[in-house]
Design a protein around this ligand. Structure first.
Ligand code: TRP
Length: 333
């Protein structure tokens, strides 16, 4: 049996942090076990919000280097950049003809912006560009172009995959052919919320993230700044209500977790010591990846080449899909 296709799209819109690493990068890389896993950098999606050329360029290289450093093997899986596959934009145009405006009106991200404008007394469409409004169509093209069966997404993106399925069904129904594979969202249930520096969910919008690849010294400094309570060294501490321990658990074996929890409860360990232990444990996993990342990020020629080779492979699949559609729609003579 041929494995099902999974497709992971990643927007180059910021520097990845520990929350992304555990919540998105690691689980996505696990997909190779059960799927024919495909990965791409959604740079045109980022263009909706990033309007500085150098920033977009840097984020794109950064993302490529991060995924390769974390173990994505471009010899084994497809890895490409959206903008290198022009068939994406042709498919977007085709899909536009099958997408009702009403469907886009219902998209959560767009609705939230309109709502915010109304609450502020602004024009409802203030700050809404057509890239944002039609974001789900471009995303549908990404997905449908590659015969995707499952799309691993967080809850926030589930609706986009459902819209993609609706659009694909409309195309298939119109031409009475299975032209497009109908995708399903794959919602990762197990993924925990990763706590940030202040005990809230780690998120760029809370300004509480621990970046994934900082130089070791700065990484340590950041970890030392995790917010704790003011208990003295002697006092026994509760591991269950502690950001340091929550992060420790992510990197520790079961035995290490038990041992550390005991040290918490026994008292005699200060926060500085607990944070140092966390730092050392994180370094065990992150340092080798950081080393790879540092090499990769300084070798843009290599990254360009990986993406170029990925695009060549991607376009073989993309061209086949577009060929089917051109024929079915009558665009091809
Ligand atoms: N919208 C996704 C996000 O913001 C990124 C994305 C773009 C994507 N195209 C995709 C994800 C296709 C999966 C499949 O995270």
């Amino acid at each position: 049996m041929t494995p099902k296709v999974s497709l992971t799209g990643i927007k180059p819109s910021g520097t990845p942090h520990i929350g992304n690493y555990f919540g998105a990068i690691k689980p996505a890389l696990q997909l190779v076990k059960d799927y024919e896993a495909r990965y791409f950098i959604a740079d045109y999606h980022a263009l909706n919000t990033i309007r500085d050329a150098e920033t977009l360029r840097n984020y794109t290289y950064d993302l490529a280097a991060v995924w390769l450093a974390c173990g994505l093997n471009p010899e084994k899986v497809l890895f490409y950049r959206q903008s290198d596959v022009p068939e994406t934009f042709e498919l977007t145009t085709i899909l536009m003809a099958f997408t009702s405006k009403g469907l886009m009106n219902r998209a959560h991200a767009y609705k939230a912006m309109v709502q915010e404008n109304l609450e502020k007394g602004n024009d409802p469409d203030e700050g809404v560009n057509m890239g944002l409004f039609t974001y789900p169509v471009l995303m549908a093209a990404d997905i449908l172009l590659f015969d995707t069966n499952v799309v691993p997404v967080g809850k926030d993106q589930k609706q986009h995959v459902e819209m993609t399925a609706d659009i694909a069904k409309a195309v298939n129904y119109t031409y009475q052919q299975d032209l497009l594979v109908i995708p399903e969202p794959l919602i990762s249930e197990g993924t925990q919320t990763i706590v940030g520096m202040d005990g809230r969910k780690m998120s760029k919008s809370y300004n509480n993230v621990i970046p994934l690849f900082l130089p070791s010294k700065n990484f340590r400094k950041t970890i030392m700044k995790i917010v704790t309570n003011s208990q003295s060294i002697e006092e026994p501490k509760d591991p269950e209500n502690c950001s340091v321990f929550a992060l420790y658990k992510l990197f520790a074996t079961a035995e290490e977790q038990t041992a550390m929890a005991e040290r918490y409860r026994a008292g005699g360990m200060g926060w500085g010591e607990a944070k140092q232990a966390l730092f050392e444990l994180m370094e065990r996993e992150i340092a080798p990846l950081r080393e790879k990342y540092d090499d990769l990020i300084n070798d843009r020629a290599y990254l360009d080449n990986v993406l170029k080779e990925g695009a060549e492979k991607a376009r073989i699949i993309a061209t086949a899909t577009i060929g089917r559609l051109r024929k079915a729609t009558g665009i091809a003579r």
